[in-house]
Design a protein around this ligand. Sequence first.
Ligand code: DGL
Length: 271
Amino acid sequence: MDKRPIGVFDSGLGGLTAVRELRRILPGEDIVYFGDTGRVPYGTRSRETILQYTRQDLGFLLSRDVKFIMAACGTVSSTYPAEEAARLPVPFLGVVEAACKAAAAATRTGHIGVVGTPATIRSGSYARLLEQLMPGVQITARPCALFVPLVENGRVQPGDPVTTLVAHDYLDEVRDAGVDTLIMGCTHYPLLEPFIREVMGPDVTLIDPGRVTAAAARETLERLELSSGRSEGGTAEYFVSDTAESFDAAAHLFLGRYAGGPVTQVPIETW
Ligand code: DGL
């Protein structure tokens, strides 16, 4: 049993889709969230820059004495090397594995779509693992560079004309390719689910990486005997690299009572 908090991080707001699920299925765990709101987006940057940012994010979370770290970010999960993660002093979980396993379990036709940031799609992370899990799988992958800025700018109200246009521009070809399952390979994308659903139609299974990875996090905590042992009363604390006010307003807009807790700005480039 371990009462230390779980550390969760993302380039910005997207990781809150994982926090929401963690709060639901692990209500007795304390959570420390870091959103790099001052440097979002990550997914259009070089590998070197993403690695530098990731190491600073990890350094900050480790300074908060976390017992486990979840990278609630498809871009970080696709870029940060497994060998480096294995050397961290606490277990580390990214979102790629759980999302691929969920997609492999869901597909009936063996044709899976993957959307993500340019860095994620360029890395081939989802495609590689899907091919290992399901030899012969057919994959249609598409980078969607504008989705993260649209979310961070609050263009998520159903029917928003700009987001609708962009969603069609990116996803029409993925739908027309005939996928029956789509990995929303970036944790921001579930906030655009109504737009993605509208383009893909009712029959395509959408995989939310934060949600399925939260379930994997619970299993990992249990397996490693790191659970808090409490069934309720967990707290949430939020840290951001841009102002606390802008995060608070946006987080409420997206996630309602997202899991109230104090929000503090930190100078992340000093970690
Ligand atoms: N939520 C991050 C991800 O899953 C967004 C990355 C970005 O900032 O571009 O990829």
